[in-house]
Write a protein that binds this ligand. Structure first.
Ligand SMILES: [Zn+2]
Length: 310
């Protein structure tokens, strides 16, 4: 199963003519999750062809406006669409009270939709979703306000079944093959018991990505990004302004690349560019520390597929 990564807003602080405020979709067959919801995120999602009714969860990193201000509008649209399926909204402590006060003022209009707010605290952990293929974990990052990064993964899949080998030992086509593929031993019509060993290859790892913004370089970013297919990391400034980045709780592209290299992430997707930087220069600096660096563009889709064996 593929994981489509669609940057919906790649600017820092405020939108520009070509970059919206922070938002990114991780989509798979049947559903998607939204990482951050800056102003304009829902419009950008529509342009990307993402169906709002298939949205499984919104993962908010922190409550700075450029990551949050699109959420009331998005929730209002889901309410207008008559959505009844609950929506999980994960975010830092304080997000529940903030949404509550917007609701009390009549600013949300979610109708009958239940918004399941899951506040992240302490070391973070699993964010449980029902009826969604996504496996989500959070970790606290190091910004100026409480901030959580997220890892979004698809489940591992069974290994490949060697049908010819199964034929050769007399496993009939049909449900017994499916049982073998699922890793279970089966009893053949002649009474022999056959296990999956030697017939089914190793589990295939599900595609995964990590979403790490806003933050200074931190160990949690490495943990979230460990072995992922794509690490999406903020890179607000070029290396010449590393001191400014640190003072404001941000990272440079080169610092993000060092995190990606340490985490052994297959690809590094840079985003959250200050309107004052040239994203291509930030990406070029990052290539000194990681071989596969992409400067995200709004609606510039990135496909991520885990390799076929574990
Ligand atoms: Zn930001």
């Amino acid at each position: 199963m593929k994981l489509r990564i669609v940057p919906l807003g790649t600017s820092a602080g405020r939108p520009t003519l070509v970059r919206g405020a922070s938002a990114l979709a991780a989509a798979s067959e049947g559903g998607w999750v939204l990482c951050d919801c800056g102003e304009g995120a829902q419009l950008s999602a529509l342009r990307a062809g993402l169906s709002l009714s298939r949205l499984d969860a919104v993962l908010i990193t922190h409550l700075h406006g450029d990551h949050f201000n699109g959420l009331p509008g998005l929730l209002g649209t889901l309410g207008l669409e008559g959505r009844e399926r609950p929506l999980v909204v994960a975010g830092p402590e304080g997000i529940a009270a903030l949404l509550k006060s917007l609701e009390r003022a009549g600013a949300l209009g979610v109708g009958d939709m239940e918004v399941r707010v899951v506040e992240q605290r302490g070391p973070g952990g699993e964010v449980r979703l029902e009826g969604s293929p996504f496996l989500i974990e959070s970790r606290p990052l190091a910004h100026r306000v409480p901030t959580y990064g997220y890892r979004v993964a698809l489940p591992d899949r069974p290994g490949t079944l060697d049908v010819a080998a199964a034929d050769a030992i007399g496993v009939p086509r049909g449900p017994l093959l499916a049982d073998l593929k699922a890793g279970r031993a089966v009893t053949l019509p002649d009474g022999r018991v056959v296990g999956p060993e030697g017939l089914v290859g190793p589990k295939r790892r599900g595609a995964s990505m990590a979403y790490v913004l806003d933050t200074v370089p931190c160990p949690a970013a490495v943990e979230l990004g460990r072995g992922v297919d794509a690490l999406v990391h903020e890179s607000t400034y070029e290396q010449g302004r590393a001191d400014l980045a640190r003072a404001r709780g941000h990272s440079t592209g080169l610092e993000a690349a060092r995190i990606a290299a340490e985490a052994e992430a297959a690809a590094l997707v840079l985003t959250h560019f200050s309107p004052s930087v040239d994203a291509e220069i930030v990406a070029e600096e990052a290539r000194a520390a990681h071989a596969n660096v992409i400067a995200a563009k709004d609606l510039g889709e990135i496909l991520s597929e885990a390799p076929s064996s574990a």
